[in-house]
Design a protein around this ligand. Structure first.
Ligand code: NAD
Ligand code: AHE
Ligand code: ZN
Ligand code: ZN
Length: 376
């Protein structure tokens, strides 16, 4: 199949707010510095739903969504040296070229090499590899894992140990890695021995809870409006669970400050709700508390607080893909999974076939799904 166009099935989203349609698509061969991957499994992340729904200011249609995939390298374009045909591979929505200003800074995992074209749904040469019914289809986050075959830039893929089941480690393509990195890569002395509050107990929040426990946080308070999340949070290591709806009008930040003698050392927004982000910041301890935004908010949404909150020593920060450099660090996380140090299996509550992808999105809305893995 190398060098030839492949016809396969993919879930196409033809317009904002529309359900996905399973279509036959043509996937062109990889050009120079590109890799074509046979996607075997993909998770569904809340960010896929966010873009599908039309809330993403970068959303562009028609598009093949999906960014939490695992597969096998089918063919490579000229000049590709970092992966080879047959490798087990995870596409990376946060590229790592190793050469740009960002990569060389040592300060961030954000890479500048392909981000501009990626955000416009294009490959680095400003064209697309997907067509359907004669129409070009845009790429998504540089990954488009809701297709049986996808093409990515070589800086946007990493080979991993083939001993690890792709059905599981596909989830390292976003959610679990993001949560792990958000905790492990806190600047300064870190989360060990500290108090933590986690707002939102989806896959991201549970991953933050679990990693906080792993690194030795002293108290982990989970916050969720869905009472069903209490048992989940406790199972992943939360010491306390608070449902803000049960506080009889008291603000969640005031309540948390009261029960923690002045506030938390670290808080995390894992909801994408800007009001929750504010509460998470204001629940931080005066003088040193750090709040990390992980959730993605809809177009037009903005955060606010009294500047005094920052003047008095709280820090507001955010993270993409947990600050993890995918090509350098994902193989190690896969080993950690194989050694039992990083949980993945426990996050998978639902499994779906490609033809049921819309049901997978529906599962997500019920509040009972932590992660749904789609067998492509
Ligand atoms: P999810 O929908 O499974 O989980 C969100 C949780 O928040 C749910 O349990 C929900 O009940 C809870 N919640 C909703 N409103 C709440 C409120 N007012 N107070 C407390 N809890 C509330 O989503 P997820 O897959 O875990 O993703 C969480 C967020 O992280 C999304 O916004 C997603 O887009 C974002 N995300 C960001 C990155 C990144 O790199 N920054 C990576 C992955 C996901
Ligand atoms: N396109 C949106 C922003 C979406 C966003 O923040 N994405 C996160 C990853 S979410 C994964 O589930 C991210 O990596 N951001 C950094 C980046 O470069 O996109 C918008 O608001 O425009
Ligand atoms: Zn995601
Ligand atoms: Zn770079």
């Amino acid at each position: 199949t190398a060098g030839k166009t492949i016809t396969c099935k993919a879930a196409v989203c033809w317009g904002a707010g529309e359900p996905l349609k399973i279509e036959e698509v043509e996937v062109a061969p990889p050009k120079a510095h590109e890799v074509r991957i046979h996607i075997l499994y993909t998770g569904i992340c809340h960010t896929d739903e966010y873009t599908r729904s039309g809330k993403d200011p970068e959303g562009i249609f028609p598009v093949i969504l999906g960014h939490e995939g695992g597969g096998i390298v089918e063919s490579v374009g000229e000049g590709v040296t970092s992966v080879a045909v047959g490798d087990h591979a995870i596409p990376l929505y946060t590229a790592e070229c190793g050469e740009c200003k960002f990569c060389k800074s040592g300060k961030t995992n954000l890479c500048g090499k392909v981000r501009a074209t990626q955000g416009r749904g294009l490959m680095p040469d400003e064209t697309v590899r997907f067509t359907c019914k004669g129409k070009p289809i845009y790429h998504f986050m540089g990954t488009s894992t809701f297709s049986q075959y996808t093409v990515v830039a070589d800086v946007s893929v990493v080979a991993v140990n083939p001993k690890a089941s792709l059905e599981k480690v596909c989830l390292l393509g976003c959610g679990i890695t993001t949560a792990w990195g958000a905790v492990v890569k806190q600047p300064g002395p870190g989360v060990a021995g500290c108090t933590v509050a986690v707002f939102g107990c989806g896959a991201i929040g549970l991953g933050v809870i679990n990693t906080s426990k792993l690194v030795g946080a002293s108290r982990i308070i989970a916050v969720d409006t869905n009472p069903g999340k209490e048992s989940w949070a406790k199972k992943f290591g939360a010491t306390d669970f608070v449902n803000p709806s049960n506080l009889q009008g008291e603000k969640i930040q005031d309540y948390l400050i009261k029960i923690t003698d002045g506030g938390l050392d670290f808080t995390f927004d894992c909801t994408g709700n800007v009001h929750v982000m504010r509460a998470a910041l204001e629940a931080c301890h005066k003088g040193w508390g750090v709040s990390t935004i992980i959730g993605v908010a809809a177009a037009g949404q903005e955060i606010s607080t009294r500047p005094f909150q920052l003047v008095t020593g709280r820090t507001w920060r955010g993270t993409a893909f947990g600050g993890v450099k995918g090509r350098t660090e994902l193989p190690g996380l896969v080993e950690d999974y194989l050694n039992g140090k990083v949980k993945i299996d426990e996050f998978v509550t639902h499994r779906r076939a490609l033809g049921e992808l819309n049901d997978g999105f529906h599962d997500m809305h019920t509040g009972e799904c932590i992660r749904c893995v789609v067998n492509m």
